[in-house]
Design a protein around this ligand. Structure first.
Ligand code: SF4
Length: 116
């Protein structure tokens, strides 16, 4: 396996070449060990924040921005958006309110990004 990754852990953004297997990963181009951890996670279980909008009634807009409260496994990314699309929320909603708790049993919540 060979993969080029950009480490997003800090603003330096090291360009890394990753080869080998998860058990014997070789990482080049990283300026610190955090790059190795990032590369390992990207290869074995990539995580992503998901930001989208949910329908809402009674607010000043017809949709409200929502997001995961922490990164979720990449494989759930589209499923989370589909799940949010099924909802129609009712105002008032406060920033940080949990819209979906423990989505897909991942321990990740979907929360509102603003008051409405
Ligand atoms: S490898 Fe270290 S220095 Fe480079 S982007 Fe990642 S955290 Fe920053």
């Amino acid at each position: 396996m060979e993969k080029n990754l950009i480490c997003v852990v800090c603003p330096v953004g090291c360009r890394m070449k990753v080869t080998g297997t998860p058990e014997d990963l070789k990482v080049e181009g990283n300026l610190c060990d955090k790059g190795i951890t990032y590369a390992y996670d990207e290869i074995t279980n990539p995580l992503r924040m998901v930001c989208t909008t949910a329908k809402i009634t009674g607010g000043i807009h017809s949709v409200i921005p929502v997001r995961t409260d922490k990164p979720i496994p990449d494989k759930y990314k589209l499923e989370v958006v589909k799940e949010v699309n099924k909802l129609t929320l009712t105002s008032p909603i406060k920033m940080g309110d949990i819209i979906i708790e423990n989505v897909f049993e991942t321990g990740v919540n979907i929360v509102a990004e603003r008051n409405m």
